[in-house]
Ligand binder design. Structure first.
Ligand code: PLP
Ligand code: COI
Length: 366
C-alpha cells in the first residue's frame, strides 16, 4: 500500500486525520470486541463523568518504520501498565494488558500508510484514552467506559526538534500535589498546567520546570516531559511522587548505565541546576529535548553555548533513536513488531457504540 502523501520530514506535533481509530465499550461488566471506526467524533452523553468529574486518562507511544521494513511500537507493555495504574487511580475500569496491546497493534496495522517512512525522523503517535461515559450526576465513578486508540503522524513536540530549549522554573503554580494524581496520566494534570505553560511562552520560554508542591525546593518535571541532568559522569533524574513515571526516562537510565554513567534517581534541589553540565527533557513526544538554559528567579544557567546539545544528550538521543528505528539491535526487546494482517473488526464508517440511555440510579447523594 502506498504511503500517505505527507511532507514527512517536516511534520509538526499536530493532529492529522488517519484512516481508522479503534473503540471498545465497557458495559454490564465486560469489554466489547474492539471495532475499527473511520468516524473521528464520539457520541457522548452530556452527563458523562469524563465531562464533569475528570474521569479520563490517556497514554502516548510511538510506532516507527524500521530499517528492515517492519513497523514496530516502542515499549507498548509499559504503556499498558501505566494506563492500568492511571485508570485505577481515578476509579475507572482498567483496560486489560492484552486488550491494550492488541488494540495498538490493530490500529497501527490498519493505518500502516500513515507510519512515517524509515529515516524521515517522524513517527506515528499512538494515543490511547479511557473515558467514563453514560449519564451520571453524583460524584461517583461511571459504570460505562470507552477505550479508544487513535493515531496521528507527528514530528517533534517542541518545534525546535533536537535543539536546546530555554525553560523557566515555575514557583507560583503547581502542576500536581504529592499525594494527588501527578503520577497518573490524567487529563486534569494537563489542564492544571496550561496557564503556567502559556505564561512561560508569553515570556519567551519554551516550557516550565515545576518544583515539588510541598517544599517548593526540589525539581519535579517539565509540563509534558521528565527532567534529567548530567554531572560528574552521573545521569541524575528526580524521584518524586507527583511526576509521571516516564517510559522514555526509564529507557534512558538503562542506556546511560550502558554508556558507563551512574544513574541517580533522587530528590534534586533546584539550586543544583547551577552545577549541572547538561540538562534535558525527555518523553515520548519530546524524545530528548536538550535544555539550553534555565531561568530561576533572577538567575539564569546556560548549558554549553546554549544552542548546541551537549555530548551526553547527543549520545543518548542517538542510541534511543537508533533502537527505535532498528538501526542497532533491540537487545532489551523494547520493540513490538506489528504483524501485517487484514484489519479485523468491522472496518467501516459509522458511529461509536452509543452510551445507553436507560435510566440510572445515580442520583443518590455521595
Ligand atoms: N511527564 C509528563 C507530564 C508527560 O506528559 C509525559 C509524556 O508522556 C512524560 C513525562 C514522559 O513520559 P513518557 O516517556 O512515558 O512518554
Ligand atoms: C507524550 O509524550 O506522549 C505525552 O503524552 C505528552 C503530551 C503533552 C504530548
Amino acid at each position: 500500500m502506498d504511503k500517505a502523501n505527507l511532507d514527512w520530514p517536516n511534520l509538526d506535533f499536530g493532529f492529522r486525520s488517519t484512516d481508522y481509530n479503534i473503540r471498545f465499550h465497557w458495559k454490564d461488566g465486560a469489554w466489547s470486541e474492539g471495532r475499527l471506526h473511520t468516524e473521528e467524533t464520539i457520541p457522548l452523553h452530556m452527563a458523562s463523568t469524563c465531562l464533569h468529574y475528570g474521569q479520563e486518562c490517556f497514554e502516548g507511544l510511538k510506532a516507527f518504520s524500521l530499517k528492515n521494513g517492519d513497523v514496530a511500537v516502542f515499549r507498548v507493555e509499559e504503556n499498558a501498565k501505566r494506563m492500568e495504574a492511571s485508570c485505577k487511580k481515578i476509579h475507572m475500569q482498567p483496560v486489560p494488558h492484552d486488550m491494550f496491546v492488541d488494540a495498538v497493534k490493530r490500529v497501527v496495522n490498519a493505518n500502516r500508510r500513515f507510519v512515517p517512512p524509515y529515516g524521515s525522523g517522524a513517527a506515528l503517535y499512538v494515543r490511547p484514552l479511557v473515558i467514563g461515559i453514560g449519564p451520571r450526576i453524583g460524584v461517583r465513578p461511571a459504570d460505562e467506559y470507552m477505550f479508544i486508540v487513535f493515531v496521528t503522524p507527528v514530528g517533534p513536540y517542541f518545534k525546535s526538534g533536537f535543539k536546546p530549549v530555554n525553560i523557566i522554573v515555575e514557583e507560583a503554580i503547581d502542576r500536581a500535589a504529592p499525594q494527588g494524581v501527578g503520577d497518573a496520566k490524567v487529563g486534569g494534570n494537563y489542564a492544571a498546567g496550561m496557564r503556567a505553560s502559556i505564561a512561560a511562552r508569553e515570556k519567551g520560554y519554551t516550557e516550565v520546570l515545576y518544583l515539588d508542591a510541598k517544599h517548593k525546593k526540589f525539581i519535579d518535571e517539565s509540563g509534558p516531559a521528565n527532567f534529567f541532568a548530567i554531572k560528574d559522569g552521573k545521569y541524575i533524574t528526580p524521584q518524586s511522587a507527583s511526576i509521571l513515571p516516564s517510559i522514555t526516562n526509564m529507557s534512558l537510565t538503562t542506556l546511560a548505565e550502558e554508556m558507563g554513567l551512574t544513574v541517580e534517581r533522587r530528590q534534586v534541589p533546584v539550586e543544583e541546576i547551577f552545577e549541572f553540565e547538561e540538562a534535558g527533557c525527555c518523553g515520548t513526544a519530546a524524545v530528548i529535548t536538550p535544555i539550553g538554559s534555565i531561568q530561576f528567579r533572577d538567575r539564569k544557567v546556560v548549558y554549553g553555548d546554549g544552542v548546541t546539545p551537549g555530548d551526553v544528550c547527543q549520545k543518548l538521543y542517538k542510541q534511543l533513536r537508533s533502537i527505535q528505528i532498528g538501526d542497532v539491535p533491540d537487545t532489551h526487546n523494547w520493540l513490538t513488531v506489528i504483524p501485517k494482517e487484514e484489519p479485523r473488526g468491522n472496518a467501516r464508517s459509522g458511529p461509536a457504540p452509543r452510551a445507553t440511555s436507560r435510566p440510572r440510579k445515580d442520583v443518590v447523594p455521595v
